[in-house]
Design a protein around this ligand. Structure first.
Ligand code: B12
Length: 219
């Protein structure tokens, strides 16, 4: 199969909640000459976007959303080792503490970003989902983090990002960390408004901007 066909089938697998097709195509990607990041972005994530729109339009409901997420994970389990294998860097570039903010359990995007950051040579501490602001701050302190990543996919949980930044300011710790924000609900305007250092509309861009921000800090 061509790369194009595999990518299209991965999208189809998510949209039809077909785990068997998803794992089969992920294996095809591993054995064939398919760029695993393309398989994720142009196949799996595109499928999730379609599912998200259908949900928004009341064409499908929560169980379908959950099935799409689990189909995504089954393909990701197979693609992850391949993405890691293609990683270039072995030296630690910096320490990042990341999680999804309080009240929000979305993790797929955060986990892709974690994978790419580890792949690029960062030591990443994943706090998981539904993380309160104290956990972000305490872990950043304990791990001597260079950066703190805050993911939010719900409009109603966006304020959790602001809460962490405000608490850091109140404790005189704001300048210690590069604060990165992202997730479906975040916009560049919001990131600027709450005083984040970096907004990543997708994981690749976030990793690039993090590298730039860290080298800027050293100078
Ligand atoms: C899968 C999914 C779920 C799954 C999540 C499974 C999981 N374990 O993650 C389940 C079924 C559990 C779920 C539940 C809910 N969901 Co939901 N979900 C989605 C869906 C379809 C895909 C999300 C996703 O993973 N996208 C793919 C990833 C790769 O994209 P991403 O997260 O944006 O991440 C990229 C970038 O944003 C960036 N990024 C992400 N995080 C970070 C962090 C940093 C620091 C940086 C720099 C960058 C960055 O990099 C990533 C990779 O490129 C979206 C629709 C959509 N298209 O987004 C709805 C969506 C987010 N969900 C929605 C809703 C409403 C819900 C529920 C409230 C539904 C309900 N009635 O219960 C619950 C909320 C539960 C909760 N408390 O959190 C709405 C949110 C609307 C809003 N704006 O508030 C959406 C937009 C659907 C819709 N169109 O209505 N959901």
């Amino acid at each position: 199969m061509t790369e194009q066909e595999v990518v299209a089938k991965l999208e189809e697998a998510i949209v039809s909640y077909d785990e068997e097709l998803a794992t089969k195509m992920a294996q095809e990607a591993v054995h064939g000459d398919v760029d695993p990041l393309r398989a994720v972005d142009d196949g799996l994530v595109k499928g999730l976007d379609i599912v998200g729109k259908r949900y928004e339009n009341d064409e499908i409901f929560l169980p379908e959303l959950m099935m799409a997420a689990s189909t995504f994970q089954s393909a990701m389990d197979i693609l992850e080792p391949l993405i890691m294998e293609k990683g270039q860097s072995r030296s630690v570039k910096g320490v990042v503490v990341i999680g999804t903010v309080k009240g929000d359990i979305h993790k797929i995007g955060k986990d892709i970003l974690i994978l790419l950051m580890r792949n690029a040579g960062y030591e990443v501490h994943d706090l998981g989902e539904d993380v309160d602001l104290f956990t972000f701050i305490e872990t950043a302190k304990k791990e001597n983090a260079h950066a703190v990543g805050l993911s939010a996919l719900l409009t109603s949980t966006l304020s959790g990002q602001k809460d962490v930044i405000d608490a850091l300011k109140q404790n005189g710790m704001r300048d210690r960390y590069i604060i990165m924000v992202g997730g479906g609900a975040v916009t560049a305007e919001w990131a600027e408004r709450i005083g984040a250092d970096l907004y990543g509309e997708n994981a690749q861009i976030a990793v690039r901007k993090l590298g730039e921000a860290l080298s800027g800090k050293e100078n």
